[in-house]
Design a protein around this ligand. Structure first.
Ligand SMILES: Nc1ncnc2c1ncn2[C@@H]1O[C@H](COP(=O)(O)OP(=O)(O)OP(=O)(O)O)[C@@H](O)[C@H]1O
Ligand SMILES: Nc1ccn([C@@H]2O[C@H](COP(=O)(O)O)[C@@H](O)[C@H]2O)c(=O)n1
Length: 477
C-alpha cells in the first residue's frame, strides 16, 4: 500500500473515530487517590482543550497504529500532561495476525465422573474451547513492519468472539449459575444476557429435553423424571453440560440455567468441575408460587412441554423448595448470590439482573483493562487491537509524534511485563459500559519522560457484540 493511501486511510479513520455522546455526560464525582480532575472530563473540558500541533493532544487510530494530532473535541489530560511537550510517542503499526485457537477437545461423557481432572491436565488439546490453554501471548508479540502494513491495508478491526480471553487468569471458563423456581424467568433472562452480554446460555433442562428427543438410551429415564418433576441423576445432566461447554466457542463465558438443582447436582459439579470452572456468581430469581403457576400454565398453551401442567408444576415447586433452596442457601453463605425479584415486568427484572451481576462485569472489565495495558506496554498491537473497538480513539497528554512501524518492532522486542496500580472501575449505562482508570509503567511505547515513572491512563469500555471493547483511552504523560 502506498504512503498516500495509508495517509488517506488514516484521515478517514480520524474522521470516523467518534465518541458516543452518552459516555461523555458528566458523571458524579469519583474518589480517586490522584488526578481526580482528569478521571472523566466532562464535555466542557473536552471541547476547550486546543490542539497544539505536535505537542498537543493526539489520537492514535486503532485501525492504523499511527499517532495523529487530534483536532476534534477530545480532551487531552491534565496540565501536567500537557506540559510534557517534548516527549515522543513510539506508535506502532499493528499486526494482522489473528488468534489461533486450539480446537476444543470433546471428552467422552462416560469418562466424565471417573476422570474429572485428567480431562484437563491430560495433554495437548485444550478443553473448554481454549480456556485451559492459557493466553498464548507470545504468538502476538512478533510485530513486524510488514505485518503492520498489511493490518493497515486490510483495515483490521477488533475481532469479536474467538478473541483472546478477557480474563486475567484465562485458564478456567467463567460460570454464572442461574437458579429460581419453575417459571421464575431464568430462561427469559438468560437469553437476553446471552444476546447482549455474549454469554453462552446452557439450560440443563433444555439439554435433558434434547437428549430425550435424540433417542438416547437415557431418554426414557429422563422422560420419567421430567414428568414427575424430579431431578435427573447428575451423571446424565452434568455430562450434557460438560460436553456443551467443551464444544463451545473459544473463551466462552457460561450462564448455566437450572443447575445445580439439588445436592446430588452440586456434589457432582464439585467433583468433576470444581477445579475446572470458575463460579463467578449464582443469580437467584425469587417469585411467589401462584405467579409461577400462572406462568407455567400460560406457557403450557404453546410450549409442548410435558411438565407445563398444574400437577407437575406443583411437584416441581415442591422439589424446588425441598431440594433447590438449600443449595441456594449454601451458595449464599459464600456471598455469591445476587437475589433478584422475578415478580416484576421482564425489563425491570433484567435491570436488577444486571445490577446483580455488576461485580462480575466489573471484574471482566478490569481483566480486559489489564490485558490492554500489558499489550501496550509490550508492544503487542495485535493483542491490543482485539481488545479495542473499531474506530477507537486514543488521546495522549502531549508532546508526541508518530514513528514508523520499524520503531514499533524494536519496541516489541524490548517488551517487559506490565503492572498496573490503583485501578478504579465505574460501571455506566446500566452496566454495558465502564470507565477504568489506573497507573501503569510508561512502557516501550512512550518515551520522552523518565522511563521509571508511571502514567495515568483512563479507558472507556463498552460491551459490544458480547465482548468488552475499549472505545477510548486518555493517557496523561
Ligand atoms: N418477568 C416476567 N413477567 C411475566 N412473564 C414472564 C416473566 N419472565 C418470564 N415470563 C414468562 O413466564 C414463562 C416462564 O419463563 P421462563 O421460561 O423464562 O422461566 P424458567 O424459570 O426458565 O422456567 P423453567 O424452569 O420452567 O424452565 C414464559 O412463558 C415467559 O415468557
Ligand atoms: N439440573 C437439572 C435441571 C432440570 N432437570 C429436569 O428438567 C426439568 C425441566 O427443567 P427446567 O430447568 O427447564 O425447568 C426439571 O423439572 C427436572 O425434571 C433436572 O433433572 N436437573
Amino acid at each position: 500500500m502506498s504512503k498516500k493511501s495509508v495517509f488517506a486511510f488514516v484521515q478517514l479513520c480520524c474522521r470516523t473515530a467518534a465518541l458516543r455522546p452518552s459516555l461523555l455526560q458528566p458523571q458524579p464525582p469519583v474518589h480517586l487517590a490522584a488526578a481526580s480532575s482528569s478521571w472523566f472530563p466532562g464535555p466542557a473540558k473536552t471541547t476547550t482543550t486546543p490542539p497544539r500541533g505536535r505537542g498537543g493532544p493526539q489520537t492514535r487510530s486503532i485501525a492504523t497504529g499511527f499517532v495523529l494530532p487530534l483536532n476534534a473535541h477530545l480532551g487531552g489530560g491534565d496540565g501536567r500532561a500537557m506540559s510534557a511537550a517534548s516527549g515522543r510517542r513510539q506508535a506502532a503499526g499493528r499486526a494482522a495476525g489473528t488468534t489461533t485457537t486450539t480446537a476444543a477437545a470433546v471428552l467422552a461423557a462416560t469418562l466424565l465422573l471417573s476422570s474429572p481432572s485428567g480431562a484437563v491436565a491430560g495433554g495437548g488439546a485444550a478443553p473448554f474451547g481454549g480456556w485451559a490453554a492459557g493466553r498464548r501471548r507470545g504468538a502476538h508479540a512478533a510485530t513486524t513492519p510488514s505485518m503492520a502494513a498489511s493490518a493497515v491495508e486490510e483495515g483490521v478491526t477488533a475481532v469479536g468472539r474467538g478473541a483472546p480471553g478477557q480474563d486475567g487468569a484465562a485458564s478456567k471458563p467463567p460460570v454464572v449459575f442461574v437458579l429460581g423456581g419453575p417459571g421464575s424467568g431464568k430462561g427469559t433472562q438468560c437469553e437476553r444476557l446471552a444476546k447482549e452480554y455474549g454469554y453462552v446460555h446452557l439450560s440443563a433442562g433444555e439439554l435433558l429435553r434434547q437428549e430425550r428427543a435424540s433417542g438416547s438410551s437415557d431418554g426414557q429415564l429422563i422422560d420419567d423424571y421430567i414428568a414427575e418433576g424430579r431431578i435427573v441423576p447428575v451423571a446424565i445432566s452434568l455430562a450434557l453440560l460438560r460436553k456443551a461447554m467443551e464444544t463451545s466457542e473459544p473463551h466462552s463465558r457460561f450462564l448455566i440455567d437450572g443447575f445445580p438443582r439439588n445436592r446430588d447436582n452440586m456434589e457432582g459439579w464439585d467433583e468433576a468441575m470444581g477445579d475446572v470452572a470458575d463460579i463467578r456468581s449464582v443469580l437467584f430469581l425469587y417469585c411467589p408460587e401462584d405467579v409461577l403457576e400462572k406462568r407455567l400454565l400460560s406457557r403450557g398453551k404453546s410450549s409442548g412441554r410435558t411438565d407445563d401442567n398444574a400437577e407437575t408444576a406443583k411437584r416441581r415447586f415442591q422439589t424446588y423448595v425441598e431440594m433447590t433452596l438449600p443449595v441456594v442457601e449454601e451458595f449464599q453463605q459464600k456471598g455469591i448470590v445476587p437475589r433478584v425479584d422475578g415478580n416484576q415486568d421482564i425489563e425491570s427484572v433484567f435491570r436488577d439482573v444486571l445490577l446483580g451481576l455488576k461485580s462480575v462485569h466489573e471484574k471482566e472489565v478490569l481483566d480486559a483493562n489489564r490485558l490492554a495495558v500489558e499489550a501496550v506496554c509490550t508492544g503487542d498491537w495485535a493483542a491490543y487491537a482485539q481488545l479495542c473497538a473499531p474506530g477507537m480513539t486514543e488521546v495522549l497528554g502531549g508532546g508526541l509524534a508518530a514513528v514508523s512501524p520499524d520503531e514499533s518492532a524494536s519496541a516489541s522486542a524490548s517488551a517487559s511485563p506490565a503492572a498496573i496500580s490503583r485501578p478504579q472501575v465505574r460501571m455506566l449505562k446500566g452496566g454495558a459500559a465502564a470507565v477504568v482508570s489506573c497507573e501503569r509503567p510508561r512502557g516501550p511505547g512512550l518515551t520522552g519522560g523518565d522511563s521509571g515513572t508511571a502514567v495515568r491512563e483512563t479507558r472507556v469500555w463498552e460491551m459490544l457484540d458480547g465482548r468488552w471493547k475499549c472505545v477510548q483511552c486518555h493517557t496523561s504523560l
